[in-house]
Design a protein around this ligand. Sequence first.
Ligand code: BEZ
Length: 179
Amino acid sequence: MLGRKVPAVTFRTRVRDEAVGGSNPFRWQDVTSDGYFAGKRVVLFSLPGAFTPTCSTYQLPDFEKLAPEFRALGIDEIYCVSVNDAFVMNAWGKSQGLENVKLIPDGSGEFTRKMGMLVAKDNLGFGMRSWRYAAIVNNGIVEQWFEEEGYSDNCDSDPYGISSPQNILAALKSRKIAA
Ligand code: BEZ
């Protein structure tokens, strides 16, 4: 993916809008890839599923905590994408008390498939999900790529390390020193 543009898709998000009224005032809002990526340098990370243990205990909360360090290194936004619908992603974000990381629902898996990262997780009853990866994306172009080893369908392990925020921060810092 290095040097390539992220796929152009439309994400179906749910946003709170008091004008909707009632006890659950949310409405659909479509956001395109350009809406997320144009004119920004961002960290994008992807994981197998909302509410899963490694993602909820380490990866997402660590990105949330380390957001100021990413900002200091020229990162405008941190995005977490998962093959989960907007209702699930919003519930996960609420349960994590997120302020820094923005969750992107890729419910149909279209973005993940076009990134070449869609894998079967039928062995867990999950269906099609994302392999773990992360990227620095600059104005929609993949500038750095961090993919866990062993990309495969129905993998019986869940490698996590290369796409951790700690590893990405170290890479950003060493690049800055080298520049
Ligand atoms: C985890 O994040 O720990 C996890 C992810 C996918 C399947 C099972 C566990």
